[in-house]
Design a protein around this ligand. Sequence first.
Ligand code: GDP
Ligand code: IMO
Ligand code: MG
Length: 442
Amino acid sequence: MLEHGAATLILGAQYGDEGKGKLVDVLAEHADLVCRVQGGNNAGHTIWVKGEKIVTHLMPSGVLRENCEVAIGAGVVVDPFVLAEEMSGLSAKGFDLRPERFSVDYRAHVILPYHKAVDMQRELSRAKAGAAIGTTGRGIGPAYASKAYRDGPRMIDLTTPSYFDAWLAQHPHMEEGLSSDVRAALMGIGKQLAPHLKDVAMMACNRMAVGGRVLVEGAQGAMLDVSFGTYPYVTSSSLVAGACAGGLGIPPWKLKNVVGVIKAYATRVGNGPFPGELSGALETRIREVGREFGSTTGRSRRVGWLDLVALRYLARVNGLTGLAIMKADVLSGLEDVGLVTAYRDARTGKIAEGSPMSAEAWNAMEPVVEFCPGWDFVVSDTSETQGQPQPKDSPVSPAYAHFLKKVEDFVGVPIVYASTGPERTEGVWLGPEDVPFGALRP
Ligand code: GDP
Ligand code: IMO
Ligand code: MG
């Protein structure tokens, strides 16, 4: 179970798209409140329930479970048009999105058409200089920039048209893309959302004060963190554990469990360093089998081996208490599976110590890859035809167990969950019950 009176953070521990949405959906069955706390609709979290695919962008993935409330915290940047569309799609499917169940912090900042236009323009000019980031084009960076400039409107400002008009008169450059029709539609959405706007920070604290279980749904992956990621090839928000507490507005010490989500391999969308990146037939095979195409933009994801150097770094920065490893089924049938265990600096030929500090240093990093024997099946199979009998207490196959042990030993963080397929029922809980994150076991 999730711990009562505390929060559990599900944090992407690679470059995003690790399978956070699936894990949040699995755990939300035991949560009282599920919150998004940073990023915006650059996120795309895919969940499969009984063969039906549901993708959330702004809505916390807990929305699919009836037992919990869901909320968007103050640290998120909200595109109201996207939120309204997502709400109507989910309501049409029968999910409860009444204001009693779904809240948005009134302090969350708004993404306007202007921000999306600036995002695109800046990408174009960076591309001309050969330095495109490959953003999602959703206006995320410019919206956070407006927040830092103290120029941007907040969700509460959409609820009173006269306030919004007065704000717009002070910031005329943000009128771009706000024709009278678009403006009227925006005010309509503001009115619709007004009953949902609350002090989500206080809500989360109040829930925990009476023993409630809060699940925090991270977005993106910590290697895309604006301070600790592969800058400048990062997103524009802080994604690390401490910042997630801040994005919701709860004391950091209330985050009792920080679960880093990883795949058994790695993917990255957009540009930037990616030690361990694969190419050719193997990359294509993993991309096709793993359906590695962006949930938000449809772009092909770059594919590589699991990078233990980066993971160990993120375990330290975030204080990971457990790891959830996803998608090992995608690698089934490979003769061997690689793990990046060091970086070699091409400039000196030596093994690099610590994290690369500059873009040049990142470019010079060559991966040292160690190989483990591959597996044909992820979960133990005792049938005579498919595998040899397994010890009763080992839910995963011997070859995969060996791989997991290597990851745990290198990173120093126990693996608590192994996902074996996209459906919410496909996965096993690992590790002894008495370890602190054993509390995570449903
Ligand atoms: P998120 O952004 O971290 O929530 O991840 P995405 O949803 O963008 O991408 C993860 C993809 O992997 C989704 O399509 C999931 O349905 C899928 N997925 C999650 N866990 C597993 C797994 O164990 N096996 C397989 N084959 N697919 C999985
Ligand atoms: P989820 O929550 C993967 C990447 C973009 C780009 C960089 C900056 O689904 O894991 P931005 O639009 O944020 O300014 O783009 O960050 N990126 C993601 N990659 N998963 C995500 O979210 C991402 N959100 C942003 O591809 O490289
Ligand atoms: Mg995603």
